[in-house]
Ligand binder design. Structure first.
Ligand SMILES: Nc1ncnc2c1ncn2[C@@H]1O[C@H](COP(=O)(O)OP(=O)(O)O)[C@@H](O)[C@H]1O
Ligand SMILES: [Mg+2]
Length: 589
């Protein structure tokens, strides 16, 4: 239950709604207790009238009066119930909204390594499933708990005032009802959860088989997929039916217990009546009280089960909210990149795999210069880019920008200076235009977007689409080729107009001719910019002012293209091999 303390700050924020809700619940209960007394008075009056053989219209007026009172009070009760929901349920929706906001905001601050450790499904569940369970606590549970409290105070108070013995007999079976309802609810919740799990397994199965439909067809696996699906839905049905059985028990059990309490009321009430301790009207009054008590009592079990579930959910949410943000923002607000970024003795190991990705790296990225980084796959090129962007902190060594350690800069301001083209392209399900203008959709104009598309050699491809720049890509739109995606991703980085461009193997999926075209364009762009070109292809890095060659996370060679070729080392070797490959593929074509 401790985990739910995290919610208290929201109750405090909406304290007026809580208070208002409590007042409305009290009022609605108050107006539902009085009609029972009016009924007692009406019945006793009628009995008195019949027993004494009275004549006249007075009794009609009296009964009419009580009827009016009962209707009037019931209306008032309804009005206050409306306001009770309008305050407390509205509050729970507001809290739900705040929680989603808080969780999403926190997600965005967490480091990349956090997202490596936790899978997407889990993160999605926290913000949807778990939050809605907590909402059941902040809304309905709080409302019904308060309702139970006030009903108890008012109804039991009224009962004791009428007859103590009868009251004790009537309220004794109630705790039993509460406990029973708790267990029934617990079983229902567990079964619902099993169904939920089965449903998500079923959904991801269908989703996978649809996204992989081409594979399914090519491997002629339709039959097998079908039988797997059958198993999934059978499982789902079995679980649903089992829940339906428990659900079917819920109301009968509830009714049985209400009936039992009513029976006790009439039986004991009858005995008390015979000894003259209560009136017939009192017995009728008590039957009403019993009916008023049963729902709050059985809701007590329901509320307990909900609070337990909410506590478990909030615990999971807290685990994420308490996850430390490893990459903390600094306080130096301005970063314009005027001189250089320097890495000295930088070492970096991936925590989860224990792989030492970078070892003793010393290098300088000077303003206006182009630095090339090459090496085999797994040599640490991408890791280097990640460290420059402060996606990770180095284990040891320092990275300084304009002579200030980069941790000291305000994180977003620092990253804003970079235009990053990642190795694994990610485009959003949106228009091409919005994808290119991703850095700032409001301020990047159409002209800039088109210019950047031209520089990234993707303009002509885009113009071939019917909707041109408004073409929708991704899930609901057209599918782009790997090379087209890469080039849109380049245009996106250029449109940001950053101080430093980082191209991470971004030309791997384009052919040699397009690569030359893009490099020619980029050369113009990079004349006024600082750039880091990462590529396993010599042809992509050879234009750089300085090239460093990585192997197993270490710099093994550095220099200009000419110097490295002259050196006859690893780089020259790579160059030769790649040239030969190119010749072979040229002759095949
Ligand atoms: N997120 C990660 N978690 C753990 N290990 C990683 C991660 N990313 C890369 N590595 C490992 O770090 C090493 C360097 O990878 P990387 O920088 O991607 O090389 P490159 O870009 O040169 O291909 C590789 O051995 C790779 O397996
Ligand atoms: Mg890489």
């Amino acid at each position: 239950m401790k985990s739910l303390k995290a919610i208290n700050k929201y109750f405090l924020k909406y304290k007026w709604l809580v208070l208002g809700g409590a007042i409305f619940i009290f009022l609605s209960n108050y107006f539902s207790v009085y009609p029972a007394q009016a009924i007692r008075e009406a019945i006793d009056a009628v009995i008195h009238y019949v027993d004494n053989n009275e004549t006249g219209n007075a009794i009609y007026l009296q009964v009419l009066w009580f009827t009016g009172v009962i209707i009037g009070f019931s209306l008032l009760r309804g009005v206050f119930m409306f306001f009770m929901r309008q305050t407390l349920i509205v509050m729970s929706r507001k809290i739900e909204n705040d929680m989603k906001d808080e969780i999403f905001n926190h997600y965005q601050k967490l480091s990349t390594s956090f997202f490596k450790k936790n899978n997407t499904g889990d993160l999605m569940n926290r913000i949807s499933e778990d939050v809605s369970r907590v909402r059941m606590y902040t809304g309905p549970a709080v409302m019904y708990a308060l309702n139970t409290l006030f009903t108890f105070i008012l109804v039991i108070g009224a009962m004791f005032r009428v007859n103590t013995t009868l009251t004790w007999y009537v309220i004794l079976p109630l705790p039993l009802l509460s406990v029973l309802m708790y267990f029934v609810n617990d079983i229902i919740n567990k079964k619902s959860e099993a169904i939920q799990e089965q449903l998500s397994s079923l959904t991801s199965f269908v989703q996978e088989s649809i996204s992989g439909i081409r594979m399914v067809k090519a491997f002629a696996r339709e039959e097998i997929m079908h039988s797997q699906m059958q198993q999934q839905i059978t499982d789902y049905r079995t679980k649903q039916l089992s829940l339906a059985k428990t659900d079917a028990l819920y109301f009968p059990v509830n009714l049985l217990l209400i009936g039992l309490s009513t029976l006790i009321t009439i039986y004991i009430g009858g005995i008390q009546f015979m000894s003259g301790k209560v009136s017939l009207g009192n017995i009728a009054e008590f039957v009403f009280y019993v009916n008023m008590l049963t729902w709050p009592v059985s809701s007590l079990g329901w509320v307990t089960a909900i609070v337990q579930r909410a506590a478990a959910s909030q615990k999971r949410i807290n685990e994420f909210l308490d996850a430390p943000t490893e990459i903390n923002s600094g306080v130096v607000l301005d970063f314009a990149f005027n001189e250089e970024i320097v890495l000295s003795h930088v070492n970096f190991t991936y925590e989860d795999s224990g792989i030492a990705a970078l070892k003793n790296i010393n290098l300088k990225l000077e303003k206006g210069k182009v630095l090339g980084v090459t090496g085999a796959t797994g040599s640490g090129k991408t890791s280097l880019a990640q460290l420059l962007l402060r996606m990770y902190n180095p284990d040891s060594g320092t990275i300084t920008a304009d002579a200030i350690p980069i941790e000291k800069y305000h994180l977003q301001n620092y990253r804003k200076q970079f235009g990053y083209v990642p190795q694994d392209v990610f485009l959003f399900s949106d228009t091409i235009k919005n994808n290119i203008a991703f850095a700032d959709e409001k301020n990047i104009d159409q002209l800039t977007i088109e210019e950047c598309a031209k520089k990234a050699a993707v303009y002509e491809n885009i113009m071939e689409f019917e909707a041109k720049f408004e073409t929708f890509i991704g899930e609901r739109g057209i599918t782009l080729s790997g090379g087209q995606k890469q080039r849109i991703s380049i245009a996106r980085a250029l449109a940001k107009n950053p101080s430093v461009l980082i191209f991470d193997d971004c030309l791997s999926a384009v052919d040699a001719a397009t690569e030359k075209e893009i490099l020619f364009e980029l050369k113009q762009v990079m004349k006024h910019k600082t750039a880091l070109i990462i590529s396993h292809r010599v042809s992509s890095v050879q234009l750089a002012d300085e090239i460093i060659v990585l192997q197993h996370g270490e710099i093994i060679e550095r220099g200009t293209h000419e110097e490295l070729i002259k050196n006859q080392g690893y780089y020259a070797d790579m160059h030769l091999k790649q040239q030969q490959e190119e010749q072979v593929s040229a002759t095949i074509e």
